[in-house]
Design a protein. Sequence first.
Length: 266
Amino acid sequence: MLPRLIATDLDGTLLDPSGSLTPRTATALRRAADAGIIVVFATGRPPAVAGREIEAAGRGVHYGVMANGTIICSLPDGAVLRAHTFDAATARDAVRRLRAHDPRLGVALATDRGFTAEAGFHERMPIAPRDGHSVPDALVGHEDATDTVKLFAFHPDHGAHDLLALLPSVLGEHLVVNHMGADAVEIAPAGVDKGAGLRWLCEHLGVDPLEVMVFGDEVNDLPMFAAAGHRVAMENAHPAVRDAADEVTASNASDGVAVVIERLLG
């Protein structure tokens, strides 16, 4: 029996090592959609940083659980169905805690007053924006902000996996640290992740989570794995993701997502 919904991560999973959606995988997504399967991009990227991939998928994608579950939207139009923001004062306090712990930690902050990023952030993104510029202090300009959309942290010497272990004790129990699919981490209120976003979308669409198949490669995909009936890890996945999977497919360099979809559709 075919799944009613397929949710797939992008970087390291659906996209090849160059960050591109291959023709084979794009065709597989469209075949799945034509077979009546709801296709969802579940990614650490916000919609604005996945435009090329959404366009390449065309009719092969219907919804997005974006920005690690912070934004849930329909695709390709990007119409927001649900957005999870948190208090800007909480974000400012988190930045002060981070700096007190290690002044070399850099941050990027998106609030209702705009987006600012310190030096080193844009270079860590899967696709660096053409007009991306850095500021000495990402908090400047957000003094009167009320809602935070995103808070990121990065370090010149510590990778994302190091920060996942180091930062929770610095930030306290009300904030969580998530991998974002790049060499930085995302800080969010407890309970905001890909799994929570996928559960909300399934309820919104009337889909039983047991009828969901998910694909992933990184630790930020584990909450999504816990929310699905069938879990597929990439051959190149983090060991914890492989251990949590029901099956392991070929790597993202070998169209591993397409391999499974083609098997399903025959």
